[in-house]
Write a protein that binds this ligand. Structure first.
Ligand SMILES: [Mg+2]
Length: 261
């Protein structure tokens, strides 16, 4: 469904976080929420009867740390954990956790290669190589070798300058489907916005439910473009602002990635 055919009053927004709402930072803990973003999201949530969710690969607690109670629902860990409403219990898909030896081996690799960062998650882990891009291919090979004996249960996902090992069985597509079954999302047309490979599942699910799946680079240019579009929508939620967003609408200062001081 083209965006122009969707109305905010009948839509749900499902938003990836890193690289979509937030600029990518040198390490995941250095991201910052741009001024005005939470305000725009709160207004949009209210304009959509609450139907605003963050759908991310990160744990739900990290979303809470950045956005507090702004999203009505949060899907974390690529759909492995879903909190369908504020204060509701987190629903966890029954998925396997990777063997502890894998995590130990990943820690050994990170120790042996300064600049490689190991991020542990409840049911998986990520090897970041943003600081050492030339190690990307070697890390991929090492990660694939790790999971090879259980390739039916675990998969290697490409993220931005990172490789993530996680269980099969949940993804952002299943998260979208799940969220859309319950109020205030049910019956609305989902708009999923995301920037990377793992978001493609979410986009497909949103389109299949009569909504739209929008890639950041294609429609917004970058996260600053997403934020500019959200701010315009929040200012006048009678219709979705047109896309692709014009470059002039993007606040260039906010596009600069700066670690917090
Ligand atoms: Mg992303």
């Amino acid at each position: 469904m083209p965006l122009s055919a969707l109305e905010p009053a009948r839509s749900a927004l499902l938003l990836d976080m890193d690289g979509t709402l937030l600029d990518i930072a040198p390490t995941p803990d250095l991201v910052r929420v741009a001024p005005g973003l939470t305000d725009a999201l709160s207004r949009l949530r209210d304009a959509m009867g609450g139907a605003l969710a963050v759908v991310t690969g990160r744990p739900i607690e990290q979303v809470d740390g950045l956005f507090a109670d702004v999203p009505y629902a949060v899907a974390g860990e690529h759909g492995g954990a879903i909190r369908p409403a504020p204060g509701a219990e987190v629903v966890r898909a029954s998925l396997p956790s990777p063997p502890v030896e894998w995590v130990m081996e990943a820690a050994r690799i990170a120790d042996a290669h300064p600049g490689v960062l190991l991020e542990q998650k409840q049911r998986g882990f990520v090897l970041h190589y943003r600081a050492v891009p030339h190690l990307g291919p070697a890390l991929r090979t090492a990660a694939l070798a790790l999971i090879a004996p259980q390739a039916d249960r675990f998969q290697l996902m490409e993220a931005l300058m990172a490789w993530e090992i996680r269980p099969r069985g949940a993804d952002k597509g299943s998260a979208v489907q799940e969220l859309m079954t319950e109020a205030p999302f049910a019956g609305r047309q989902p708009i999923f916005i995301g920037d990377d490979v793992t978001d493609e599942d979410g986009m497909r699910a949103a389109r299949a439910l009569g909504g739209a799946g929008l890639r950041v680079d294609e429609w917004f240019g970058n996260p600053a473009g997403v934020r500019a579009w959200l701010a315009r929508a929040a200012a006048d939620p009678r219709a979705w602002p047109p896309l692709p967003i014009q470059a002039s609408a993007q606040p260039t200062a906010a596009a600069t990635v700066l670690p917090p001081r």
